[in-house]
Design a protein around this ligand. Structure first.
Ligand code: HAM
Length: 404
């Protein structure tokens, strides 16, 4: 027997399907209300796209990419995240030159060759949002409000962690100071941090090693060393969140695992799903369009991990939908096929082509979560009627086929 690859799951059971589709519907409805439009980018992209955006020194590019040469000897990669592809599409369509505001949402599979564990997959799904053309920190707040609205609509509690990563004015000085600090305790830090000191020093701050963490408690903090525009934006962001009753914690060690961020960085975490607790993450990336050869364009976005959220969604009780059609007599099958075709113009309809007794039809209608179980037996066939049971409020009636 051939099984799926490690860390790659099927979304197969009725419950998983219901949760997945309910999430996508809720998130896309909310993103549309915020004025965002659907974008779909390819799963395969040139490897260089991720090297230049996510960053050569990141774990994603360094260790986790599904990278190979295709039959034309092109160096390609299965996307580990969605932002780089959306930025590539934005530049390729020359929207950076057109100016104005462009807002997109997307969802689909992402691939990272990580060590699989609960909540950490090698193929997982993200719902993401990217906004181009707005430098105002109000757009950062809008992103956070959108994640908060989506989580609220799904009945999911969260903690929001917030940081500022500064910009090209304040980050380099901070980085130099941090390197000096790391050098002062270099003998005590882990192997990974020693490597990070040379490749991407701020990544030491989110090292998982407890001893490293205890040392970095005394490290200089970027939010105390921001230049005045970054500091003003961070202060404004906190005020907007306060004014809109969105609680947050400042986490000075939140640096995110992707290199393209500047200024606002945020993560939504859940305390109810174990160690892989990040359910959404994002931030501002004002330099990325330029890094990928576009015209400088401010941008901000986020992505949510759908598998992690599926565990937490509180499904609405009243989730019955549409019709189930069945026949109790072989001769009625053709008629229910025609009625199903007609009904599908407006409603979701499940049909069973096999003649069965009423009890079995009711069971099947319940299993597919239909609201109405509609059955034609010998009597109904003779009288030109159909028996309809409302499984929501348990009422039943006989309806003339002409008016069904
Ligand atoms: P990220 O933090 O790498 O950000 O991923 C976003 C979310 O994807 C995480 O919070 C988590 O819920 C989920 N996730 C990540 N890796 C895995 C995994 N191995 N298994 C299951 N779920 C996972 C990004 O990808 C950025 N592109 C977000 C962004 C958009 N920033 C700006 N725009």
């Amino acid at each position: 027997m051939i099984n799926s690859l490690r860390g790659m799951n099927d979304i197969l059971s009725d419950d998983e399907y219901a949760r997945y589709t309910y999430f996508i519907k809720t998130a896309t409805d909310i993103a549309s209300k915020y004025g965002f439009h659907f974008i779909e980018t390819p799963i395969l992209e040139e490897t260089a796209l991720f090297k230049r955006s996510v960053g050569e020194s990141s774990d994603i590019v360094g260790k986790e990419m599904y990278q190979f040469r295709d039959k034309g000897e092109n160096d390609v990669c299965m996307r580990p995240e969605g932002t780089a592809g959306v930025v590539r599409a934005f530049i390729q369509k020359k929207l950076d030159k057109a100016g104005g505001v462009h807002r997109y949402f997307y969802h689909g599979p992402m691939f990272r060759y990580e060590r699989p564990q609960k909540g950490r997959l090698r193929q997982f799904h993200q719902f993401g949002v990217e906004s181009f053309g707005i430098a105002s920190v109000y757009e950062d707040a809008t992103m956070i409000m959108m994640v908060s609205d989506i989580l609220k609509a799904l009945g999911i509690g969260y903690r929001l962690q917030l940081n500022s990563l500064g910009d090209q004015n304040c980050m380099p000085t901070y980085r130099d100071n941090l390197v000096k600090f790391i050098e002062s305790c270099e003998d005590e830090i882990c192997e990974d941090c020693r490597r990070r000191k040379d490749t991407n020093p701020i990544r030491v701050l989110d090292c998982k090693n407890a001893h490293c963490q205890s040392l970095y408690a005394n490290a200089p903090k970027l939010i105390n060393n921001l230049c005045s525009p970054c500091n003003d934006d961070f202060t404004t962001l906190k005020k907007i969140l306060d004014d809109n009753d969105i609680a947050y914690e400042i986490d000075t060690h939140l640096v995110r695992g992707l290199d393209y961020y500047s200024k606002t960085a945020f993560e939504f975490v859940s305390d109810n799903i174990g160690s892989q607790s990040a359910i959404a993450g994002g931030g501002r990336y004002d330099r990325l369009v330029e890094f990928l050869d576009g015209r400088p364009t401010p941008a901000v976005g986020f992505a949510m991990g759908i598998e992690r959220l599926m565990e937490l969604i509180v499904m609405p009780e009243n989730s019955r939908e549409g019709y189930y059609m069945g026949a109790m007599d072989e001769e009625a099958v053709a008629l229910i096929v025609s009625l199903t075709h007609k009904k599908r113009a407006t409603d979701r309809v499940t049909i069973d082509y096999k003649a069965k007794n009423l009890k079995n039809h009711l069971k099947a209608a319940d299993k597919v979560n239909a609201q109405f179980c509609c059955v034609i037996g010998t009597n109904e066939l003779e009288n030109g009627t159909i028996w309809v049971k409302d499984l929501q409020n348990r009422s039943e009636e006989i309806i003339d086929i002409e008016t069904f």
